[in-house]
Design a protein around this ligand. Structure first.
Ligand code: UGA
Ligand code: MN
Length: 451
C-alpha cells in the first residue's frame, strides 16, 4: 500500500515538474515571439546574399557593383559624332534639360590632328561632346523634327548588350537601360576592354561669319567661337570686312581652337561712304561662297553673323539639309520673331514685321543650304541690296519649290537662333603712356579699338 502511495506521489511530482517546464518553455517562446514581432523589418541592404562581398566596407559598394557588372560599352555619341567612346558603368543617366550643361560628359576623343592652318588644309582638332543627345528634351526635339530625324538617329552608333538602335526613342531607352544591363543579361564580360565602333564623320558644316573691326569684335567672336566649339566636323569661315587680316583676330581664333579659315573681303568703296543703309557683310558672305565653290564638295553652309545667338542643336539639325532648310529666328522686327508659317504641315508663307515684297522674308540666321545644291547653281550669290540680302540669295538658288524647304526646330515651333544685337560701345579714351607705359596696361591697350 505504502509502496503504491509513494509511487503515486513520485508520479505526481514528476507530472508537476513536466508541467512547470512546459509552461515555462511556452512562456519563454511567447516572450521571444513578442520581441521578434516588435522589431522593425530588416532593411534590404542588411539581407546578406553574398557573404564574401559583405566583407568589403560599405562605401565600396559602388566599386564592387562596377567590378561585378558586365562591361556595357555603349559608344554614346551625339548625333554628329565620330567615335565617342564613353564607357557606361551602370551609372548612366539621361540628363534632364536643366542639368544639361554641367552634366554633359567631358570626355571626348580627339579625332585628328592640329587646327586649321593658313595653307588651307583643314583638320579637326578640338572635339568636345556636343550636347545634342545628352538631354531628354533634346532627344524629344530631334525625334519630332521632320526629315532630319531619321538621319540623325541613323547615324547614332550604339552598342550595348541589350539593343541595337534604330530610332532616337530606342537610343534613349538603351541609354537608360544600360544602367541595369547587368541585371538584364546576367552575363559576365571582360572588365577593361571596350568595344570599337567604326563611325564615319557626319556631313561637314561650313559656317560663314562676316565680321568687322569695332570695340565689340573680339568679344563677339569669342562668344560665337565657343558656341561653335560644341559642334563636330565644322569649318568656321571667318571673313573680315577689311583689306588685311588682323593678328588680334587670328590670335583670338587660335585660342578658341575651332577649325577656321580667316579671310578678308572688303565692302566695295561705293557702299562704304553712302548715307543710306549699307549692305553689311555681303562681300564677306560672297567670299565665303567662293571659298566653298573652290574647296567644298558636300555638307551644309550657314551664314552666322558674329553677334547672334545660336543654340547648338540647330547645327545638328541643319547638318542633314538636302536643299534648303528654314526655322524661326527670335528678336527680329516688331513681331519679335521671323518665322516660316506652317499650316497643315506645309509651308504657307512667312511671319515677319517687314515683308517688303520679298519672296523669302527670312532672317540671315534662319536658313541653311546644302553645299551640293549650291554647287549645282554656279551663279548663286548674295546681292549688295540692303534688306534684300537673304531674299536675293535664296532667289538665286532657283529652282527651289516650297515643298523642298525643310522645316527645322520642331517644325518651326521652337526658337533656336536669335538676332541679338550688342550695344555699341564707344572707342576707348586715349592711353596715357607716361603714366602707365611700364605696366600691364600697355599690353591691354593694344587690344582696344580706337576711332
Ligand atoms: C541684319 C541681318 O541679320 C544681317 O544678316 C544683314 O546682313 C543686315 O541686317 C543687313 O541687312 O544689313 P544687323 O544685326 O542689322 O543684321 O547687322 P550687323 O549685325 O551689324 O551686320 C551683319 C553682319 O555683317 C555681322 O556679322 C557683321 O559683323 C558684319 N558687318 C557689319 C560687316 O562685315 N561690315 C560692316 O560694315 C557691318
Ligand atoms: Mn546683327
Amino acid at each position: 500500500m505504502t509502496g503504491s502511495l509513494s509511487n503515486k506521489m513520485a508520479l505526481g511530482k514528476s507530472i508537476k515538474m513536466y508541467l512547470t517546464i512546459f509552461v515555462a518553455t511556452t512562456c519563454i517562446y511567447m516572450l521571444l515571439y513578442q520581441y521578434h514581432m516588435s522589431r522593425p523589418p530588416l532593411a534590404s541592404n542588411e539581407v546578406v546574399k553574398h557573404p564574401e562581398k559583405t566583407s568589403l566596407p560599405s562605401s565600396s559598394s559602388y566599386i564592387a557593383s562596377y567590378l561585378w557588372a558586365p562591361m556595357v560599352n555603349s559608344s554614346v555619341i551625339n548625333a554628329t559624332m565620330g567615335v565617342e567612346q564613353i564607357q557606361v558603368h551602370g551609372q548612366v543617366q539621361v540628363h534632364g534639360p536643366n542639368t544639361t550643361d554641367s552634366s554633359a560628359p567631358a570626355s571626348a576623343s580627339v579625332s585628328a590632328a592640329a587646327s586649321a592652318s593658313s595653307s588651307g588644309a583643314t583638320h579637326y582638332s578640338t572635339v568636345s561632346l556636343p550636347q545634342a543627345l545628352s538631354s531628354d528634351a533634346n532627344l524629344k526635339s530631334i525625334a519630332t523634327t521632320t526629315t532630319t530625324t531619321t538621319t540623325v538617329a541613323a547615324t547614332v552608333p550604339t552598342t550595348t548588350t541589350t539593343t541595337t538602335t534604330s530610332t532616337t526613342e530606342k537610343l534613349k531607352t538603351t541609354i537608360a537601360q544600360s544602367s541595369h544591363a547587368h541585371k538584364l543579361t546576367g552575363k559576365a564580360a571582360h572588365k577593361i576592354r571596350s568595344t570599337f565602333v567604326a563611325v564615319s564623320e557626319p556631313p561637314p558644316l561650313y559656317i560663314i561669319t562676316p565680321t568687322y573691326r569695332r570695340p565689340e569684335q573680339l568679344a563677339e567672336l569669342t562668344r560665337l567661337g565657343y558656341t561653335l566649339k560644341h559642334v563636330l566636323n565644322l569649318l568656321w569661315l571667318v571673313i573680315e570686312d577689311a583689306n588685311k587680316t588682323n593678328p588680334l583676330v587670328a590670335h583670338t581664333l587660335d585660342r578658341i581652337g575651332v577649325p577656321y579659315e580667316y579671310l578678308v573681303a572688303p565692302m566695295p568703296e561705293q557702299y562704304k561712304h553712302t548715307k543710306k543703309a549699307k549692305p553689311r557683310g555681303v562681300s564677306n558672305r560672297n567670299r565665303g561662297l567662293d571659298y566653298l565653290r573652290a574647296n567644298a564638295t558636300e555638307g551644309v553652309l550657314y551664314f552666322a553673323d558674329d553677334d547672334n545667338t545660336y543654340d547648338v542643336n540647330i547645327f545638328e539639325q541643319m547638318r542633314y539639309t538636302k536643299k534648303v532648310s528654314m526655322w524661326p529666328v527670335g528678336l527680329v522686327t516688331k513681331t519679335g520673331v521671323s518665322s516660316p508659317i506652317i499650316r497643315g504641315g506645309k509651308l504657307d508663307g512667312y511671319y515677319d514685321g517687314w515683308i517688303g515684297g520679298r519672296k523669302y522674308p527670312v532672317d540671315m540666321a534662319g536658313f541653311a543650304v546644302s553645299v551640293k545644291f549650291l554647287l549645282e547653281r554656279p551663279n548663286a550669290k548674295m546681292p549688295f541690296k540692303p534688306g534684300y540680302e537673304e531674299d536675293g540669295f535664296l532667289r538665286s538658288l532657283a529652282p527651289l519649290v516650297n515643298s523642298e524647304i525643310e522645316l527645322l526646330a520642331d517644325e518651326c515651333r521652337d526658337i533656336l537662333t536669335w538676332h541679338t544685337q550688342t550695344k555699341k560701345n564707344p572707342a576707348a579714351q586715349p592711353f596715357n603712356v607716361t603714366r602707365y607705359g611700364n605696366t600691364n596696361l600697355a599690353y591691354i591697350e593694344k587690344l582696344l579699338v580706337r576711332p
